[in-house]
Design a binder for this molecule. Structure first.
Ligand SMILES: NC(=O)c1ccc[n+]([C@@H]2O[C@H](COP(=O)([O-])OP(=O)(O)OC[C@H]3O[C@@H](n4cnc5c(N)ncnc54)[C@H](O)[C@@H]3O)[C@@H](O)[C@H]2O)c1
Length: 317
């Protein structure tokens, strides 16, 4: 089976690519930027705003994973008009290209548990009624979900919507809480916690998320929505303590709470467990350990590269 992954050069997309390859799928990436990890992969460079180029990338493809997006909520806040074009028009382009390629039997869409941010209920699952979102990022992701559902109803396209929890792990962007704490700890800087640090989040290890994406191709998942969230509740204090436990000799500082800090929703992933047989396997501590090992390796490689460049310059001058 041949699969196209839009956004396959990104954080989550690159792990989806790895997992699909492990399971024996033929994979092609469609992204604006080159994959930094894999060189041995079929890669189409282009934007999801380019319908013609997307169509060419879908030639001979059986399923499409659509992950390309402006995924950082801060970027969406700063560039709402641009983010809307990628996250909304980009999605309809992917759906439209898939519609005109009869060989595409499934589109899997990468959504987010942020769609529950404004619900009245605190315990939520895929049947919980959603409310108009307060954030533009969520609005773009929800619009895309609706487009997927409309394409399914109007054109008989098989779509599967996966709502991811907060991912962490190797190749994560630097702006999230785990990467910030790890980078500070390794630089010998204190970890700062606003308030008592007892506010919890659930985090999902990125390879577990990738596994859930592969399972989304199961027949039962046609035209369904699944939450893929972590199992453990982890407080900010626990994150800091886990990082301290692994790295050692780290100071944790407390500052006054910020008003309006998000209080987490309890997102159920029971449906994914029941129908797809998906459960997160990697514990938070193990996931952080793997992230730290990856981070250290990347830092060492960067230092070695600088040293090599320095040497080259010295010999040339
Ligand atoms: N990271 C999270 O916290 C999170 C949580 C829930 C859902 N998601 C969703 O998962 C998906 C992947 O997120 P991520 O964290 O891996 O993001 P990422 O930024 O690491 O990856 C996104 C990829 O999309 C590509 N891209 C952006 N614009 C493009 C365009 N016009 N054409 C082609 N490619 C383009 C980027 O080059 C990048 O490789 C997104 O749809 C995001 O909304 C992310």
């Amino acid at each position: 089976m041949k699969v196209l992954v839009t956004g396959g050069s990104g954080f989550i997309g690159s792990h989806v690519v790895d997992k699909l390859r492990d399971k024996g799928f033929e994979v092609r990436i469609y992204d604006m930027v080159l994959p930094s990890i894999r060189k041995d992969i079929e890669f189409y460079q282009g934007s999801i705003l380019d319908l013609e180029s997307l169509g060419m990338a879908m030639m001979g493809v059986d399923a499409v994973y659509h992950l390309a997006a402006i995924a950082d909520v801060k970027d969406v806040f700063e560039r709402p008009h641009y983010a809307e074009s990628i996250n909304v028009r980009g999605t309809i382009n992917v759906l439209e290209a898939a519609r005109t390629h009869q060989n595409v039997k499934r589109v899997v869409y990468a959504s987010t548990t942020w769609v529950y941010s404004d619900t009245i209920e605190t315990n939520v699952d895929e049947t919980t009624p959603l409310r108009p979102p307060s954030h533009l990022y969520t609005a773009t992701k929800l619009t895309s979900e609706y487009y997927c559902q409309a394409y399914s109803k109007l054109y008989g396209m098989n779509v599967t919507i996966m709502r991811y929890g907060i991912p962490y792990g190797p190749r994560a962007r630097g702006a999230a809480v785990v990467p910030i704490f790890v980078s500070k700890a390794l630089k010998g800087e204190p970890l700062t916690i606003a308030g008592d640090g007892l506010q919890f989040r659930k985090f999902v290890y990125v390879e577990d998320l990738a596994e859930g994406n592969v399972l989304a191709l199961k027949s039962i998942a046609k035209n369904k929505i699944y939450n893929l969230d972590g199992k453990e509740k982890v407080s900010i204090k626990q994150i800091a303590e886990t990082v301290k436990k692994i790295i050692g000799n780290v100071k944790i500082e407390y500052i006054p709470a910020r008003p309006g800090d998000f209080s987490g929703k309890e997102v159920s992933s029971e449906l994914a467990k029941k129908e797809l047989g998906w459960e997160p396997k990697v514990s938070f501590e193990e996931g952080v350990r793997r992230y730290i090992n990856w981070y250290k390796k990347v830092e060492q490689e960067k230092e070695a590269e600088w040293a090599r460049l320095d040497n080259t310059l010295r010999t040339q001058l």
